[in-house]
Design a protein around this ligand. Structure first.
Ligand SMILES: C[S@@+](CC[C@H](N)C(=O)[O-])C[C@H]1O[C@@H](n2cnc3c(N)ncnc32)[C@H](O)[C@@H]1O
Length: 246
């Protein structure tokens, strides 16, 4: 198993109810995310480590000002990492599964819409099975992106991915399932997406650390070189993000 681990990942802790609270000096956050990106380049997942750091901060401010977030487990490091990966890969089509209030979705989509935009995308779709949360997420996203390039739909992510009629360049997984599968649903969603992903397409799976047990089959599958060209468990905080490339 390949991994990147920040030395202090166990001490770096956020309050889920105060997502905008600064947890460390900005330079330190940037350096740790840069080191993770470098590791992803060495693994062959990313072509380079460059992303617009000023736009990332503009994105962060806009989310803090305009999003209603009851709670989130996306730490500032994780927010920066997800934004940077999207800014570097520049997916024309991105689907995020299980977006709750939309914070995870916009961490991805914010590289293409709103004040953090650094490229043009075609379809950025957030999927949330709970209709009330999907409505809130859509409301949040509309404040940042009046164009509709980024949008949230109330549906089961397995169905949305299965019915999507085009290539999927980046898939973000965070759904916790509504039945016995729990986070194990990541595997089912990826199975629907896999044949639509071009070579080099990227999958991000949140909770690779604190849900490792529930994700065992998923993690085994993406870490098998017969399925994905490379996969790295990026451990910047207690949640973790498995980053895999086809
Ligand atoms: C725990 S939340 C993710 C929160 C996110 N990690 C954060 O920190 O903001 C998982 C979401 O997945 C949704 N969900 C569960 N199964 C789903 C499915 N099959 N399709 C889409 N969304 C789903 C749940 O309703 C829930 O809002």
């Amino acid at each position: 198993m390949r991994e990147f681990r920040a030395d202090d990942w166990q001490e770096y802790k956020m309050d889920y109810g105060s997502p905008h609270k600064e947890l460390e000096p900005l330079d330190q956050e940037v350096a740790i995310v840069d080191a993770a990106l470098k590791h992803l380049v060495e693994a062959g997942i990313l072509p380079h480590t460059d992303y617009p750091k000023d736009k990332m901060l503009a994105h962060r401010s806009a989310v803090a000002e305009s999003f209603e977030i009851p709670w989130t487990a996306i730490s500032p490091r994780q927010q920066r990492l997800i934004y940077a990966i999207n800014a570097i890969i520049q997916p024309r089509h991105m689907i995020a599964a299980g977006v709750f209030c939309g914070n995870t979705f916009i961490s991805n989509a914010g590289a293409a819409v709103g004040p953090g935009a650094c490229y043009e995308a075609h379809h950025l779709i957030g999927v949330e099975i709970d209709p009330d949360e999907a409505e809130r997420a859509e409301r949040n996203v509309r404040r940042l992106d009046p164009t509709g390039v980024a949008r949230v739909v109330a549906a089961d992510a397995v169905d949305v991915v299965r019915d999507f009629g085009d290539e999927i360049h980046l898939l973000y997984l965070d759904a916790d399932g509504t039945d016995h599968r729990g986070k194990g649903i990541y595997y089912d969603i990826l199975q629907e997406a896999y044949h639509k992903m071009p070579s080099g397409g990227v999958v991000l799976a949140h909770n690779s650390v604190n849900s490792a047990e529930a994700l065992a089959s998923y993690l085994e599958w993406v870490r098998d070189p017969a399925n994905m060209s490379a996969s790295v468990n990026v451990i910047l905080d207690g949640e973790g993000l498995e980053v895999s490339a086809k």
